[in-house]
Design a protein. Sequence first.
Length: 86
Amino acid sequence: MLKTTTIRARITPSVKTQAERILSSLGMTASDAIQLLFHQIQLHRGLPFAVTLPNAQTTKVLRDSRKGKGVTHHESKKHLYRHLGL
């Protein structure tokens, strides 16, 4: 299909750089990713993923975990599994 339309968007340089690095490792360009996103929007008749705000409990847990509240650290995956009883 002939590509004749241009999309312009402003984005934070660091976000663009990091996203392009990831896309490159997937063998894609930013244009490829945008085209893929637009095809998915067309197929889903909306965004192809949920866009929601966290509920009050999730917000509290995230805030607390950033402060280190209720967070446990394990020296290895094996230690974590033992702590969980697995």
